[in-house]
Design a protein around this ligand. Structure first.
Ligand code: IDP
Length: 160
């Protein structure tokens, strides 16, 4: 019983995953969702929006002052994005591995960026880089009532 509770908690790590404007324009939203779904992760939040400058400045706050920052914020606010929260064991690290390296030309084939992107500023998808960043980003993009509470019936077929 104790093990079940501990296992359940470890399965509840969350990551903020966002299809960027180029991914939406290139009709890759379904492809990104499919990969996380097929892996066994659980979708708990999803919305489409054109990000404001305010939210973009906070989201990419760690890059403020860098030469590419204005272009980065300009780009992410230039069109619709699909913001998501995915849940599951080790989702932050595994999500980053599924997305690939920041520079798509250095991303392995089989990763999202390695399969669909070429340039750094058009790398299709964002994924939180740590559990702390994930919590900060989820709180920035979603209110608690936008995150669904439910138990997928497949859970015992994914986790032992
Ligand atoms: P990540 O998206 O892989 O976590 P970060 O270092 O957090 O990478 O950078 C955020 C985004 O900013 C990247 O995905 C990329 O689109 C863009 N970016 C990062 N470094 C550069 C750069 O040197 N020039 C232009 N764009 C960059």
């Amino acid at each position: 019983m104790g093990t079940t509770v501990a296992m359940a908690a470890s399965n509840q790590e969350r990551s903020f995953i966002m299809v960027k404007p180029e991914g939406v324009q290139r009709a890759l939203v379904g492809e990104v969702i499919k990969r996380f779904e097929q892996r066994g992760f659980k979708l708990v939040g999803l919305k489409v929006l054109v990000p404001s400058k305010d939210i973009a400045n906070v989201h990419y706050g760690e890059h403020e002052g860098k030469p590419f920052f204005p272009k980065l914020v300009g780009h992410i606010t230039s069109g619709a994005v699909v913001a998501m929260v995915w849940e599951g064991k080790d989702i932050v690290k595994t999500g980053r591995a599924m997305i690939g390296a920041t520079n798509p030309l250095a991303s392995a084939p089989g990763t999202i960026r390695g399969d669909f992107a070429i340039d750094l500023g058009r790398n299709i998808v964002h994924g939180s880089d740590s559990v702390d960043s994930a919590q900060r980003e989820i709180a920035l993009w979603f209110s608690p009532d936008e995150l669904a509470e439910y138990d997928p019936t497949v859970t015992p077929w994914i986790y032992e």
